[in-house]
Write a protein that binds this ligand. Structure first.
Ligand code: SAM
Length: 282
Protein backbone atom coordinates (compact mmCIF):
# COMPACT_ATOMS: atom_id res chain seq x y z
CA UNK A 1 0.00 0.00 0.00
CA UNK A 2 1.32 3.36 -0.87
CA UNK A 3 1.48 5.97 1.85
CA UNK A 4 -0.01 8.44 -0.57
CA UNK A 5 -3.25 9.24 1.20
CA UNK A 6 -4.46 10.73 -2.11
CA UNK A 7 -5.13 7.14 -3.19
CA UNK A 8 -8.04 6.79 -0.78
CA UNK A 9 -10.13 8.05 -3.63
CA UNK A 10 -13.40 6.54 -2.56
CA UNK A 11 -12.98 6.76 1.15
CA UNK A 12 -14.49 9.43 3.25
CA UNK A 13 -14.03 9.09 6.97
CA UNK A 14 -16.32 8.78 9.92
CA UNK A 15 -19.89 7.81 10.54
CA UNK A 16 -21.21 8.53 7.04
CA UNK A 17 -18.67 6.17 5.46
CA UNK A 18 -19.22 3.53 8.15
CA UNK A 19 -22.98 3.57 7.46
CA UNK A 20 -22.36 3.42 3.73
CA UNK A 21 -20.13 0.35 4.19
CA UNK A 22 -22.64 -1.42 6.45
CA UNK A 23 -25.60 -0.74 4.16
CA UNK A 24 -23.51 -1.61 1.11
CA UNK A 25 -22.51 -4.92 2.68
CA UNK A 26 -26.13 -6.03 3.14
CA UNK A 27 -27.20 -4.77 -0.26
CA UNK A 28 -24.39 -6.56 -2.14
CA UNK A 29 -24.82 -9.68 -0.04
CA UNK A 30 -28.53 -9.90 -0.81
CA UNK A 31 -28.61 -8.64 -4.38
CA UNK A 32 -25.21 -9.58 -5.86
CA UNK A 33 -23.91 -12.50 -3.79
CA UNK A 34 -26.99 -14.73 -3.51
CA UNK A 35 -27.20 -13.94 0.26
CA UNK A 36 -23.96 -15.87 0.82
CA UNK A 37 -21.23 -15.12 3.36
CA UNK A 38 -18.96 -17.87 2.02
CA UNK A 39 -19.15 -17.87 -1.76
CA UNK A 40 -17.71 -21.30 -2.59
CA UNK A 41 -20.06 -24.05 -1.40
CA UNK A 42 -17.08 -26.44 -1.20
CA UNK A 43 -15.54 -24.45 1.69
CA UNK A 44 -16.11 -26.06 5.08
CA UNK A 45 -15.24 -24.13 8.24
CA UNK A 46 -14.12 -26.57 10.94
CA UNK A 47 -14.61 -25.81 14.65
CA UNK A 48 -10.95 -24.83 15.07
CA UNK A 49 -10.65 -22.85 11.82
CA UNK A 50 -8.87 -19.49 11.42
CA UNK A 51 -10.60 -16.95 9.17
CA UNK A 52 -9.36 -13.51 8.10
CA UNK A 53 -11.19 -10.51 6.63
CA UNK A 54 -8.73 -8.16 4.94
CA UNK A 55 -9.55 -4.46 4.55
CA UNK A 56 -12.42 -5.22 6.89
CA UNK A 57 -13.61 -1.60 7.22
CA UNK A 58 -16.64 -1.67 9.51
CA UNK A 59 -16.25 -5.44 9.94
CA UNK A 60 -19.65 -6.15 8.36
CA UNK A 61 -18.51 -9.39 6.71
CA UNK A 62 -16.73 -10.83 9.74
CA UNK A 63 -19.60 -9.98 12.10
CA UNK A 64 -21.97 -11.72 9.71
CA UNK A 65 -19.67 -14.75 9.53
CA UNK A 66 -19.41 -14.84 13.35
CA UNK A 67 -23.19 -15.39 13.48
CA UNK A 68 -22.90 -18.53 11.36
CA UNK A 69 -19.85 -20.33 12.87
CA UNK A 70 -19.16 -21.69 16.37
CA UNK A 71 -17.31 -19.35 18.78
CA UNK A 72 -14.34 -21.75 18.65
CA UNK A 73 -13.56 -20.39 15.16
CA UNK A 74 -10.91 -17.63 15.36
CA UNK A 75 -11.74 -14.59 13.26
CA UNK A 76 -9.28 -11.81 12.45
CA UNK A 77 -10.07 -8.49 10.80
CA UNK A 78 -7.29 -6.33 9.36
CA UNK A 79 -7.56 -2.80 8.03
CA UNK A 80 -4.96 -0.11 7.47
CA UNK A 81 -7.21 2.21 9.47
CA UNK A 82 -9.13 1.45 12.65
CA UNK A 83 -11.49 4.36 11.86
CA UNK A 84 -14.43 2.11 10.96
CA UNK A 85 -13.74 -0.86 13.27
CA UNK A 86 -16.89 -2.17 14.98
CA UNK A 87 -17.29 -2.32 18.75
CA UNK A 88 -16.57 -5.98 19.58
CA UNK A 89 -15.82 -6.07 23.28
CA UNK A 90 -18.78 -8.26 24.16
CA UNK A 91 -18.63 -11.72 25.74
CA UNK A 92 -20.04 -13.06 22.49
CA UNK A 93 -17.18 -11.74 20.37
CA UNK A 94 -14.19 -13.14 22.26
CA UNK A 95 -13.11 -14.99 19.11
CA UNK A 96 -12.82 -11.78 17.02
CA UNK A 97 -9.53 -9.87 16.80
CA UNK A 98 -9.01 -6.61 14.93
CA UNK A 99 -5.66 -5.32 13.76
CA UNK A 100 -4.73 -1.98 12.17
CA UNK A 101 -2.19 -3.02 9.56
CA UNK A 102 -1.70 -2.95 5.79
CA UNK A 103 -2.89 -6.03 3.93
CA UNK A 104 0.31 -5.84 1.89
CA UNK A 105 2.47 -6.69 4.91
CA UNK A 106 0.96 -9.16 7.37
CA UNK A 107 2.51 -10.61 10.55
CA UNK A 108 5.46 -12.95 9.97
CA UNK A 109 4.07 -15.59 12.34
CA UNK A 110 0.84 -15.88 10.33
CA UNK A 111 2.51 -18.12 7.71
CA UNK A 112 0.25 -21.11 6.95
CA UNK A 113 -2.30 -20.13 9.62
CA UNK A 114 -5.61 -19.38 7.85
CA UNK A 115 -8.32 -21.61 6.36
CA UNK A 116 -10.22 -18.81 4.63
CA UNK A 117 -9.42 -15.21 3.66
CA UNK A 118 -12.14 -12.80 2.58
CA UNK A 119 -11.68 -9.38 1.01
CA UNK A 120 -14.30 -7.07 -0.48
CA UNK A 121 -14.18 -3.83 -2.45
CA UNK A 122 -10.63 -2.56 -2.19
CA UNK A 123 -10.21 -1.44 -5.78
CA UNK A 124 -10.26 2.21 -4.68
CA UNK A 125 -7.21 1.72 -2.47
CA UNK A 126 -4.71 -0.76 -3.93
CA UNK A 127 -2.39 -0.15 -6.87
CA UNK A 128 -1.35 -3.01 -9.14
CA UNK A 129 1.91 -3.32 -7.16
CA UNK A 130 -0.05 -3.37 -3.89
CA UNK A 131 -2.27 -6.14 -5.26
CA UNK A 132 0.70 -8.21 -6.37
CA UNK A 133 2.30 -7.87 -2.96
CA UNK A 134 -0.96 -8.61 -1.18
CA UNK A 135 -1.78 -11.74 -3.18
CA UNK A 136 1.65 -13.13 -2.24
CA UNK A 137 0.87 -12.40 1.39
CA UNK A 138 -2.50 -14.15 1.10
CA UNK A 139 -0.79 -17.19 -0.39
CA UNK A 140 1.82 -17.21 2.40
CA UNK A 141 -0.62 -17.02 5.31
CA UNK A 142 -3.14 -19.58 4.01
CA UNK A 143 -2.85 -23.21 5.07
CA UNK A 144 -2.23 -25.65 2.20
CA UNK A 145 -5.71 -26.22 0.76
CA UNK A 146 -6.94 -22.91 2.24
CA UNK A 147 -9.34 -20.65 0.33
CA UNK A 148 -9.50 -17.00 -0.66
CA UNK A 149 -12.61 -15.12 -1.80
CA UNK A 150 -12.72 -11.64 -3.32
CA UNK A 151 -15.49 -9.33 -4.48
CA UNK A 152 -14.27 -6.48 -6.68
CA UNK A 153 -15.40 -4.09 -9.39
CA UNK A 154 -14.58 -4.20 -13.05
CA UNK A 155 -15.31 -1.33 -15.39
CA UNK A 156 -13.58 -2.74 -18.43
CA UNK A 157 -16.76 -4.21 -19.87
CA UNK A 158 -18.87 -1.26 -18.83
CA UNK A 159 -20.47 -0.53 -22.20
CA UNK A 160 -22.03 2.92 -22.44
CA UNK A 161 -24.19 4.51 -25.09
CA UNK A 162 -22.17 7.26 -26.83
CA UNK A 163 -23.12 10.65 -25.38
CA UNK A 164 -24.84 9.15 -22.35
CA UNK A 165 -24.36 10.26 -18.74
CA UNK A 166 -22.95 6.79 -18.13
CA UNK A 167 -20.23 7.38 -20.69
CA UNK A 168 -19.24 10.62 -18.93
CA UNK A 169 -19.28 8.92 -15.53
CA UNK A 170 -17.17 6.05 -16.88
CA UNK A 171 -14.61 8.53 -18.27
CA UNK A 172 -14.49 10.35 -14.93
CA UNK A 173 -14.13 7.17 -12.94
CA UNK A 174 -11.39 5.84 -15.21
CA UNK A 175 -9.52 9.17 -15.05
CA UNK A 176 -9.68 9.13 -11.27
CA UNK A 177 -8.49 5.53 -10.94
CA UNK A 178 -5.74 6.04 -13.55
CA UNK A 179 -4.56 9.21 -11.82
CA UNK A 180 -4.11 7.20 -8.62
CA UNK A 181 -2.52 4.14 -10.30
CA UNK A 182 -5.56 2.06 -9.35
CA UNK A 183 -6.83 -0.82 -11.47
CA UNK A 184 -9.87 0.03 -13.58
CA UNK A 185 -10.07 -3.59 -14.74
CA UNK A 186 -9.38 -5.06 -11.30
CA UNK A 187 -12.05 -7.79 -11.33
CA UNK A 188 -10.90 -9.00 -14.75
CA UNK A 189 -7.17 -9.07 -13.90
CA UNK A 190 -7.39 -10.71 -10.47
CA UNK A 191 -7.98 -14.32 -11.64
CA UNK A 192 -4.76 -14.34 -13.68
CA UNK A 193 -2.88 -12.55 -10.88
CA UNK A 194 -4.07 -15.18 -8.38
CA UNK A 195 -2.96 -17.99 -10.68
CA UNK A 196 0.44 -16.32 -11.09
CA UNK A 197 1.19 -16.44 -7.36
CA UNK A 198 0.24 -20.14 -7.24
CA UNK A 199 -3.50 -20.33 -6.51
CA UNK A 200 -5.54 -23.01 -8.28
CA UNK A 201 -9.23 -23.74 -8.82
CA UNK A 202 -9.68 -20.05 -9.63
CA UNK A 203 -13.35 -19.24 -10.17
CA UNK A 204 -14.63 -15.89 -11.42
CA UNK A 205 -18.22 -14.80 -11.92
CA UNK A 206 -19.63 -11.43 -13.01
CA UNK A 207 -22.39 -10.22 -10.70
CA UNK A 208 -25.00 -7.67 -11.66
CA UNK A 209 -27.05 -5.76 -9.15
CA UNK A 210 -30.27 -3.77 -9.41
CA UNK A 211 -30.11 0.05 -9.63
CA UNK A 212 -33.46 0.79 -11.31
CA UNK A 213 -35.94 2.15 -8.73
CA UNK A 214 -38.75 0.46 -10.68
CA UNK A 215 -37.22 -2.93 -9.88
CA UNK A 216 -38.49 -3.35 -6.33
CA UNK A 217 -36.72 -2.93 -3.01
CA UNK A 218 -33.32 -4.01 -4.40
CA UNK A 219 -33.46 -1.41 -7.18
CA UNK A 220 -34.36 1.36 -4.73
CA UNK A 221 -31.56 0.36 -2.36
CA UNK A 222 -29.08 0.08 -5.23
CA UNK A 223 -29.98 3.48 -6.65
CA UNK A 224 -29.48 5.03 -3.22
CA UNK A 225 -26.27 3.19 -2.30
CA UNK A 226 -24.54 3.50 -5.67
CA UNK A 227 -25.44 7.19 -6.07
CA UNK A 228 -23.93 7.78 -2.60
CA UNK A 229 -20.82 5.93 -3.76
CA UNK A 230 -20.61 8.21 -6.81
CA UNK A 231 -21.06 11.23 -4.53
CA UNK A 232 -18.21 10.02 -2.32
CA UNK A 233 -15.92 10.39 -5.36
CA UNK A 234 -16.87 14.04 -5.82
CA UNK A 235 -14.19 15.71 -3.65
CA UNK A 236 -11.40 13.74 -5.38
CA UNK A 237 -12.85 14.45 -8.84
CA UNK A 238 -13.20 18.16 -8.15
CA UNK A 239 -9.65 18.26 -6.72
CA UNK A 240 -8.57 17.29 -10.22
CA UNK A 241 -10.77 20.02 -11.73
CA UNK A 242 -13.29 17.43 -12.86
CA UNK A 243 -10.72 16.08 -15.37
CA UNK A 244 -12.12 18.58 -17.87
CA UNK A 245 -15.38 16.57 -17.87
CA UNK A 246 -17.37 18.32 -15.12
CA UNK A 247 -16.69 21.87 -14.03
CA UNK A 248 -18.40 22.21 -10.66
CA UNK A 249 -20.13 20.55 -7.73
CA UNK A 250 -23.49 21.32 -9.36
CA UNK A 251 -22.46 19.80 -12.69
CA UNK A 252 -21.35 16.61 -10.95
CA UNK A 253 -24.63 16.41 -9.01
CA UNK A 254 -26.54 16.88 -12.26
CA UNK A 255 -24.50 14.08 -13.80
CA UNK A 256 -25.37 11.72 -10.91
CA UNK A 257 -29.07 12.59 -11.36
CA UNK A 258 -28.76 11.87 -15.11
CA UNK A 259 -27.06 8.53 -14.42
CA UNK A 260 -29.92 7.62 -12.05
CA UNK A 261 -32.44 8.57 -14.72
CA UNK A 262 -30.64 6.25 -17.18
CA UNK A 263 -30.72 3.44 -14.58
CA UNK A 264 -34.47 3.89 -14.37
CA UNK A 265 -34.73 3.58 -18.15
CA UNK A 266 -32.91 0.24 -18.01
CA UNK A 267 -29.19 1.05 -18.33
CA UNK A 268 -27.20 -1.29 -16.08
CA UNK A 269 -24.33 -0.05 -13.95
CA UNK A 270 -20.85 -1.54 -13.98
CA UNK A 271 -20.23 -5.10 -12.94
CA UNK A 272 -18.80 -6.58 -9.81
CA UNK A 273 -16.84 -9.79 -9.99
CA UNK A 274 -16.92 -12.55 -7.42
CA UNK A 275 -13.73 -14.58 -7.36
CA UNK A 276 -12.56 -17.50 -5.30
CA UNK A 277 -9.46 -19.68 -5.41
CA UNK A 278 -7.56 -22.26 -3.42
CA UNK A 279 -3.96 -22.68 -2.29
CA UNK A 280 -2.77 -26.11 -3.48
CA UNK A 281 -2.95 -28.84 -0.84
CA UNK A 282 0.71 -29.75 -1.42
C1 SAM B 1 -14.38 0.49 0.35
S1 SAM B 1 -13.79 0.00 1.91
C2 SAM B 1 -14.34 -1.69 1.98
C3 SAM B 1 -14.49 -2.17 3.39
C4 SAM B 1 -15.08 -3.56 3.52
N1 SAM B 1 -14.24 -4.56 2.93
C5 SAM B 1 -16.46 -3.62 2.92
O1 SAM B 1 -16.64 -4.27 1.88
O2 SAM B 1 -17.39 -3.00 3.48
C6 SAM B 1 -12.05 -0.19 1.66
C7 SAM B 1 -11.30 -0.48 2.95
O3 SAM B 1 -9.95 -0.77 2.61
C8 SAM B 1 -9.13 -0.29 3.65
N2 SAM B 1 -7.75 -0.23 3.14
C9 SAM B 1 -7.24 0.60 2.23
N3 SAM B 1 -5.95 0.30 2.00
C10 SAM B 1 -5.64 -0.75 2.78
C11 SAM B 1 -4.47 -1.51 3.01
N4 SAM B 1 -3.35 -1.26 2.35
N5 SAM B 1 -4.51 -2.52 3.91
C12 SAM B 1 -5.65 -2.79 4.59
N6 SAM B 1 -6.79 -2.09 4.43
C13 SAM B 1 -6.79 -1.09 3.53
C14 SAM B 1 -9.75 1.05 3.99
O4 SAM B 1 -9.32 1.56 5.23
C15 SAM B 1 -11.24 0.68 3.96
O5 SAM B 1 -11.70 0.26 5.20
Amino acid sequence: MSNDSGRYVVLGKGEIERNRLNEGYLYFKNYARDSKVIYNDAVVISDDAFVLDLATGSGAWLLDLAETVPPSVTIYGVDISSAFFPYIKSEKNQNIHLLAQSCTSLPEDWTGRFDLINQNLVRGALTRDDWQQELKEMFRILKPGGHVQLFEGDCDDWKCRPGSAHEKMRELYKALLDKNSLMFDCGKRLPEMLAKVGFENVHSEVKYYPVNVNEGEGGKMGSNIISRFLRSLKPAILRHSGFGIVGSDEEYETLIAEVQREWNEGTPFFDLVLIYAQKPVV
